[in-house]
Design a protein around this ligand. Structure first.
Ligand code: ADP
Length: 492
C-alpha cells in the first residue's frame, strides 16, 4: 500500500469485503453495502457489507459448531501456538494494518503503528496464558475431595468501537480464544477493515474455521441481533454509556454475561511538586492522542494553584505548536472520526462559550491546512472550569481539556472524584505518600502515576461507576472468558 497513492485518492487495494464466517469471506445475505470514510479528507474510500440478522445467525451457528467440535477440545498448548503465530503475522503485516487503521480512523500513523504493535502483544501475552488456566483445591474434611476447573464460557460476542479498532479487537479476542471460547466480532460501522484483516491473519495462523467470525454493519442491523442472540454466552462491549445500557438490557433477556467498558471523564491531577516537563508531556498526550477520542483520555486537568499559571501557559503554547494534518502524513494531531463527532464536540464548546467559558486555545472546527479537507477540531483548552460545568461532567470524546484549580492535595482529590465516571486517573507528583494515597482514594479502575497511559496488556483495565464493570487485559481479562466449575466428591 502506497501512502501517496492513497492520499491522491487512488483505490485502496487489498481491503476485504464481506463478512468473515466459517473461515472465509462471504457476501452479506442482504447484499447491502455501506461506505467507509477517510476522516482526514472527509471522503469515502471503500465499501463494506451492512450485515443482517441472518448473517449474525450464520456466524453464531458457525461459532457454536466450532466451539463444540473443535476449539474447546484443542489442547491449550496448541491454542497457544496458534495465538503466537497470529502475533507473528500481525507483526509481519504491521505496515498494511497501520495504514488501513490510520486511514479508517483518522489517527496519526505512528499511533496506528503503536496500536498494531499492541495488538501483536495482546496475542503473544494471551498465548502465554492458555496453559496456565488452572483451578484450585478446597480443604474439605477427610473423605472428600474438592477442586475447581476453568471452563471456556462458549460463544462470545465482541462489539468494537471506532476509536481503537484493532487494539480493542485484539485485546478482546485474544483472551477469549486463549480461554477456549469462539467469537463473533462486530467492528464499528465507521472502521470495519482491520477486524476483517485480523480474522484473515488468525485463519492463516491456523485457527480452525468457525472459531473467529466477523460481521460488519451497523449497531441496529448487526450489533443488536448479536447481543440479543440466545446462543451467545457472553458479550464484551466497548462503547458509549447509552449503547452499553441497551446492550445490558438486551443481554438480560437471555441472562447473557456482559463485560462493559464504557465512557470516562478521567482526571489528571498535577501537584506542585511534580516533575514539570514530564507532567506537561503527560497532560498533552492524555488529551490529544487520537484527537481526544479515547475512553480513558485525561480530559480534566486538576492542577494545584501554586503552579497553575505557568503550567497552563506552557500547555497552551505547546498545544498551539502541534502539527495538524491527515493521519497518513503522521502529524502530532489528526482529524476526528466523523462529522457527527465534530458536531458533538463543537456543540459542547459552543455552549460553554455562550456560558462565558475561558477558551484559552482552540475552540473551532478546522481542516487539514495542506488540503483544506477533512473533519478536524482544534486542540482546545478551557481555563478555570467550575466543577459542575457540563464541560467538566460530560464525556466530550474529543480534543477538549478542561482546567480545574485545586488549593491543595485534599481539594484536588475531591475534584478528581467528583464524576459519575470512574475509568482511569493520572497523578503527577514526586511525593510518594501523596501519589499512593491518591491512588488509593481515587475511585477509578486504573491509576497512572507519573506517566499517563503507563502499562500495557499486562495490566487489568476497566471502569467503576458509569464507566462499566468487568476487567479486560491482564490475567483478569482471560478469566472473564472462563466459567469456574467446582467439584465436591465423597471419596471414602
Ligand atoms: P458511538 O455512539 O460513539 O458510535 P456506540 O457505543 O453507539 O458509540 O458504538 C459502539 C459499538 O456499538 C459500535 O460497533 C456500534 O455499531 C455498536 N452498537 C450500536 N448500537 C448497538 C446496539 N443496540 N446493540 C449492539 N451494538 C450496538
Amino acid at each position: 500500500m502506497n501512502i501517496e497513492d492513497i492520499l491522491a485518492g487512488k483505490p485502496v487495494e487489498g481491503l476485504p469485503t464481506g463478512h468473515f464466517v466459517n473461515g472465509r469471506l462471504i457476501p452479506s445475505n442482504g447484499g447491502e453495502m455501506m461506505e467507509s470514510f477517510d476522516p482526514g479528507r472527509g471522503v469515502a474510500f471503500a465499501e463494506f457489507s451492512n450485515g443482517t440478522a441472518s448473517d449474525v445467525d450464520e456466524a453464531v451457528e458457525s461459532a457454536r459448531a466450532a466451539f463444540q467440535t473443535t476449539w474447546r477440545k484443542t489442547p491449550a498448548a496448541e491454542r497457544a501456538q496458534i495465538l503466537n503465530k497470529a502475533a507473528q503475522l500481525i507483526r509481519a503485516n504491521a505496515e498494511q494494518l497501520a495504514i488501513v487503521e490510520s486511514l479508517d480512523c483518522g489517527k496519526p500513523l505512528n499511533e496506528a503503528q503503536g496500536d498494531v504493535r499492541g495488538a501483536a502483544r495482546a496475542f503473544e501475552y494471551y498465548a502465554g496464558a492458555c496453559d496456565k488456566l488452572q483451578g484450585d483445591t478446597f480443604p474439605l474434611p477427610d473423605g472428600y475431595l474438592g477442586y475447581s476447573t476453568y471452563e471456556p464460557v462458549g460463544v462470545t460476542a465482541h462489539i468494537i468501537p471506532w476509536n481503537f479498532p484493532i487494539s480493542t479487537t485484539a485485546r478482546s479476542l485474544a483472551p477469549a480464544l486463549a480461554a477456549g471460547c469462539t467469537v463473533v466480532a462486530k467492528p464499528a460501522e465507521q472502521t470495519p477493515f482491520t477486524a476483517l484483516l485480523l480474522a484473515q491473519l488468525l485463519s492463516e495462523a491456523g485457527l480452525p474455521q468457525g472459531v473467529c467470525n466477523v460481521i460488519t454493519g451497523t449497531g441496529a442491523n448487526v450489533g443488536a441481533p448479536l447481543v440479543a442472540h440466545p446462543d451467545v454466552d457472553q458479550v464484551t462491549f466497548t462503547g458509549s454509556v447509552v449503547t452499553g445500557q441497551n446492550v445490558m438490557r438486551s443481554a438480560a433477556d437471555n441472562v447473557t454475561r456482559v463485560v462493559l467498558e464504557l465512557g470516562g471523564k478521567s482526571p489528571v491531577v498535577v501537584l506542585k511538586d511534580c516533575n514539570y516537563e514530564r507532567a506537561l508531556d503527560g497532560v498533552l498526550g492524555a488529551i490529544f492522542e487520537n484527537a481526544g477520542q479515547v475512553c480513558s483520555a485525561g480530559s480534566r486537568l486538576v492542577i494545584e494553584r501554586a503552579i497553575h499559571d505557568r503550567f497552563v501557559e506552557d500547555l497552551c503554547s505547546r498545544t498551539k505548536a502541534m502539527s495538524i494534518g491527515h493521519g497518513l502524513r503522521d502529524p502530532q494531531f489528526g482529524p476526528v472520526n466523523s462529522p457527527l463527532q465534530l458536531e458533538k464536540i463543537s456543540g459542547f464548546v459552543d455552549r460553554a462559550r455562550e456560558r462565558g467559558a475561558d477558551i484559552l486555545t482552540g475552540g473551532a472546527v478546522t481542516t487539514d491546512p495542506e488540503t483544506g479537507q477533512g473533519w478536524f477540531y482544534e486542540p482546545t483548552i478551557v481555563g478555570d472550569c467550575a466543577r459542575d460545568d457540563e464541560l467538566v461532567q460530560e464525556e466530550i470524546f474529543g480534543p477538549v481539556l478542561t482546567v480545574q484549580i485545586a488549593d491543595d492535595v485534599e481539594h484536588a482529590l475531591s475534584l478528581a472524584n467528583d464524576s459519575k465516571y470512574g475509568l482511569v486517573a493520572g497523578i503527577y507528583t514526586q511525593d510518594v505518600s501523596n501519589a499512593l494515597s491518591m491512588a488509593r482514594d481515587i475511585d477509578a479502575g486504573q491509576i497512572f502515576i507519573n506517566e499517563y497511559f503507563a502499562g500495557g496488556i499486562e495490566v487489568p483495565f476497566g471502569g467503576n461507576k458509569l464507566s462499566g464493570f468487568g476487567r479486560e487485559k491482564g490475567l483478569e481479562g482471560v478469566k472473564s472468558y472462563c466459567k469456574i466449575k467446582s467439584v465436591a466428591a465423597r471419596i471414602d
